[in-house]
Structure formats: C-alpha cells, structure tokens
Design a protein around this ligand. Structure first.
Ligand code: MN
Length: 430
C-alpha cells in the first residue's frame, strides 16, 4: 500500500507520547471499570468505526463573498485521494471517500479505482450535483432541476443521477446521495404541491434504475440557495420521499440543514424508529448551514445524536445501518487538519455514547427522575475518552496525535511545491 507520510515520522512522533498514553489509558480503564465499563470493549468498537471523508472537503472552501485558497490544494480527484489517504493513515478513522460528480469526473474510472485501492481507500456514497450548471450542459438549473417545470430539464437531472450511479458501480460504491437546491425566492413563484409532485416523479425514475444492492439517500435542507421555500425542506418531507420511493430509499441528516435549536437527536430517533435513517453529513453550526468543523461549536449535541445511535445499536434496531460522512467547508484551516480533527470528534462522540450507563438511564426514565437521567448522560459526556481514541489509533497503525505527526511530516509544504495554486475549484457547500 502507498503511504503518503513516512512511517518513521509517525513512529518517532508516537515514541514521544507512548508512555504517557499507556498510563492515561490504564488510569481511565480503572475509572471506567468502577462504573462497570470494559475499556477494551469500547476501544474495539471505536477502532472498528469509520467516517467517510468528502472529496470536496480537502480543498479550501469559501463563502459567497470570497475564497482564500490554501497552499498545495489538490488539483483533481487523484490529488484529493492522496490528501484523503493522509487523513486515513494518521487517524485510521476515515477508510472511505465520498465523491462528487461532476467535480470528480474522470475519463479513466479504472485508474481512479486503482488509485483508491493503492491508497487503501474505498468509495462511499456518490453525490450528484444539480444545484449548479456544468459547463456546456443543455438545460440550466437556475429554476430547479428534479422539480423543474420543464420536463427536458427534469430528464437531464435524472440522467445525471443515473450517470452518478454508473460511475459509482465502476468504483464499488453502493449508495447515491441526492441533494437539490430547488425552491423559490418569492411567495407565489412556485406551486408547492406541483413542484413536489414533479420531484417525486423524477426521483421515482432514479429509484427505478438503482441496482438492487444500492441505497439512495435524500438530503433535506431548510433554505439556501432558495430563500423563501425549498422543495425538500425538512425531515418530514424527506420521510415522505423515502416512503414514496420504497425500501432502498432513506433519509440523510446533515446536521447543518435545520433551523437553529431544532432537536436533531429527536429527528434521528424518529427516523431510526421508522427504519428510514440513511446516514449523516456531520459538521457543526452556530447560525445556519455554516459547515464548520464537527464538534467545534456544540459537541454535546453531537454526543446526543450518538447517544441515539448507540441506543439503536445496543438494541440491534431493525434496519439500522446508517452511513457516516463528514460534510464541511474549511475556509481558514488546513483542510487535512480540520478533517482529521473532525473525524476524531465523531469517534469521541461515539466513545462517549458507548460508556453511557444504559440500564441506569432506563431506570431513571421509568421513575421520571429527570435530574439523574440527565446526570447519567453528562457523566459519560464529561469523561475524557481521548486515551481510548488515541490507543485505538496507535494499535491500528495511526498516530497518537495526528495533527502533530502531520505537521512534523511537512506534507503540506511538499505538495505545495508540487501542485501549482488553483484559483477556482469546487467550494464544497452542500
Ligand atoms: Mn450535506
């Protein structure tokens, strides 16, 4: 396997931290044992956990005001895969990459698959794009795509999604994620019912062509780019879509796609209960669809989402198999550092949720002991599980401190010398 960072750099970095980690791990193990938690069992689950990295996440993002490119940005999907391989090598938590078409379109799919295999990466859900016009396309998506009033435009959007499935089949992907920007900016501009009927008809055509072992994830978003109404605006509409389409259709929850203060963990619980939770786009936000780094603003919310996931995992909920992916825009950081940190934050929320005393919690819920129920969650959340994450990384061949090892490696300076600066590129705001 091709490694992007020299193992000697990683080993030297780990050597400076190994003894302290062992002591911290043993100490935490003793404290968890007092609570009846087996630290090695938690570590094994964390070690087996992975979150997919979005190909567009390794390029510097931007806002609608400006984009400030970073050094050594990937020029194409092959460069992007190399950056994703760095993230996986050091964190051992991101074994798959999620592609975006047409941003990642190549003429030689065999070469792309080979590159992924050489780097030890697999291909996660394929993401279609009908929220912007590709150069030379016949019909514009200015006024919508899958729900457009014009049938030829809808057909073009359907064909694009089918093309994404074909590309994904060649790469070993098993899922298609569809997010549309369709909506309206003025009351009266769009007939809500007709637009949703057209959307459903289009998605039924996509669904009909989906291979038997594939799933389709539809992603809701309250607003933006349309600012008065969106066709797929919330989880209720998303659930209706999944119900209308059939058993291969599921809802994707992007943490940034809700109104502020919406109880997302409760949405997650509902979708699990009715077997329609398809997966996540993890990120964080303060105001809207900010696409900030996962866990950077509200790590407790992320923990509460994972509390629902572990609850479902623990009781082996029927049909529960969500896909996990990061979906962020990195405007002021090195995207590799942000994605590594974010992948670790997702793993942290998972580990914290795993150490919740579920029997005690169920008892307090039954007895209506609100305070102790809350304290049961807080006890897990307050526990510093970093030694579990670090030990899992170390034993999987990764870095105890991925950001330190990455900075030590000089990778960014090396690729900056090899890759000329690019002005444009996909911003990555979905
Ligand atoms: Mn998303």
């Amino acid at each position: 396997m091709t490694l992007m960072i020299s193992t000697s750099v990683v080993e030297a970095e780990n050597a400076t931290r190994r003894d302290a980690l062992t002591r911290d791990y043993d100490s935490l193990g003793e404290r968890l044992a007092r609570r009846g938690v087996d630290i090695d069992a938690v570590k094994a689950k964390v070690a087996a956990y992975g979150v997919a990295v979005p190909s567009w996440g390794v390029g510097t993002g931007g806002t609608r005001f400006a984009r400030f490119p970073g050094a050594g940005e990937p020029r194409n999907i092959f460069d992007k895969l190399e950056d994703c391989a760095v993230i996986q090598q050091l964190t051992r938590a991101t074994p798959a990459v999620s592609l975006h078409i047409p941003w990642d379109k190549v003429s030689d799919l065999g070469a792309l698959k080979e590159k992924g295999t050489a780097l030890g990466l697999s291909f996660d859900a394929m993401n279609s794009n009908t929220f912007s016009d590709a150069p030379g396309q016949t019909h514009s998506y200015k006024f919508g795509s899958l729900s457009h009033t014009d049938s030829a435009t809808r057909r073009q959007a359907i064909e694009h999604n089918l093309e994404c499935v074909e590309i994904g089949k060649a790469l070993g992907s098993k899922a298609l994620t569809v997010w549309i920007g369709d909506g309206s900016n003025f009351p009266g501009q769009s007939n809500f019912t007709r637009a949703f009927e057209r959307y459903l008809d289009s998605m039924k055509a996509v669904y009909a062509a989906l291979p038997d072992d594939w799933r389709v994830f539809t992603e809701h978003k309250m607003f933006e780019p349309a600012f008065y109404s969106s066709v797929v605006q919330d989880w209720g509409t998303n659930y209706l879509i999944a119900q209308e389409l059939g058993p291969k259709a599921f809802c994707l929850v992007d943490l940034g796609h809700h109104a502020p203060n919406v109880n997302i963990e409760m949405i997650v619980a509902r979708l699990i209960q009715f077997k329609k939770l398809g997966g996540f786009h993890f990120n964080d936000s303060k105001y809207g669809d900010d696409d900030l780094d996962t866990g950077s603003i509200d790590p407790y919310r992320l923990f509460l989402v994972f509390n629902e996931l572990v609850d479902a995992e623990t009781r082996a909920a029927d049909g529960f198999d969500p896909a996990h992916m990061l979906d962020q825009s990195h405007n002021v950081t090195d995207p590799i550092e942000s994605l590594m940190t974010s992948a670790m934050e997702v793993g942290r929320a998972y580990a914290q949720a795993l150490i919740v005393d579920r029997n005690a919690l169920a008892g307090y819920q039954q007895e209506n002991d609100a305070l102790m129920a809350s304290e049961t969650l807080k006890t897990a959340f307050r526990t510093d599980v970093e030694p579990i994450l670090a030990m899992a990384r170390l034993e999987n061949g990764g870095a105890i401190s991925p950001v330190s090892a990455y900075r030590e490696s000089g990778y960014r300076a090396r690729v900056a010398a090899e890759r000329p600066a690019v002005a444009g590129g996909g911003g990555g705001i979905v």
